[in-house]
Design a protein around this ligand. Sequence first.
Ligand code: RM4
Ligand code: MN
Ligand code: MN
Length: 432
Amino acid sequence: MNFADPRDANYIASANKSHASALATDYAALGAQLQRRGINIEEITRKVAEFRVAIPSWGVGTGGTRFGRFPGPGEPRNVFEKLEDCGVIHKLTGATPTVSLHIPWDRTDDFTALREHAAALGLGFDAMNSNTFQDQPGQPLSYKYGSLTHTDPAVRAQAVQHNIDCITFGRTLGSRALTVWIGDGANFPGQSHLGRAFERYLESMTSIYKALPNDWRMFIEHKMYEPAFYATVIQDWGSSLMAAQALGPKAFCLVDLGHHAPNVNIEMIVARLVHAQRLGGFHFNDSKYGDDDLDAGSIEPFRLFLVFNELVEAELANAANFSPAHMLDQSHNVTDPIESLMTSAIELQRAYAQALIVERAKLHEYRMGNDVLMAAQTLKRGFTTDVAPILAQARFSMGGAIDPVGAYRDSAYRQRCAQARPGKQSLGGGIV
Ligand code: RM4
Ligand code: MN
Ligand code: MN
């Protein structure tokens, strides 16, 4: 088997050769089509090329379910190898220059070396994620009955300190945000005092907030259920917004697309958080039933488009305090994680491009005149337009691959990793 380095600019250029002329034809045709709508394709392509999304470090290994995990070949064995895979994703797509770390999963003794390793790969760091939803070996106190909201102040103090440690590590790495998601809650009615648990949460989060550097943001991530199945302390955007407003201007709400009840109108939540000036960012993924962590845009691409439609509205309106962090949060159980992450980043660009080409002035007129059918059709026209040539051209212009999955497969990167990273078979129960 012939190995090539998919990060090498010459390799990517040669892989692009066979696609370049078809792309030019398709791009010109789409450009003419958009021109008839008064849209300049070059402007859209430039905006798509500027779009960025962070890779979750925990997404480059094979995920699992509560029933098990089926490891793939050549998985990264540590955070340094995880970054190498993230470098491949970024070089081929041009869309993912940052990585979001999860502590302690990504703990290392030398965060300075990690930062240098990342810089050499062309990568930086997005939000740090704390983990007080699992116990770690040697940890003095257990999170079995909660962490930041535990009834025992000593457990709360330990969880607070862990978050402060995450900030310290993140400072060394050049990160500028901390994401806090906790699993705290109750499995039975009566188990916990719903009001007091929230008060304890606010008290603990206040201590963490005080340790936040001035140029950092704190992202509060809500989730309806799991692992707590009766009541979760930060179960919805209402609780998240209340907490953010109570904590102060550096606290924002993070929307993980999979953390809502089925059929919840997520784009509406996005619009409300924009209005409240507290939309901190996203964990993009897709789901059919619960927190499925499937690839972005794989199940409900129209919903993803509607979310991006709100983001474009906010962008065009110059909404105050609006600079949402884009991050993926996925678990790849049956696909090659590198392929899933590349295609997911592209799905986000697709939704963004579709939202950008909506004829806004017309849409506004139809809305104001209550022409419901034409308003709906005008919005949907953005979604039904095939913007693939824009996405490919944006990648091409950044030195990325016109066909990232094809270039990746042809490089045999995974096969090379399978040789260089002899895996250890995991027998443990599955978790992301
Ligand atoms: C949670 C949540 C968090 C993620 C963990 C692993 O459901 O989505 O963002 O850090 O899973
Ligand atoms: Mn998440
Ligand atoms: Mn989740």
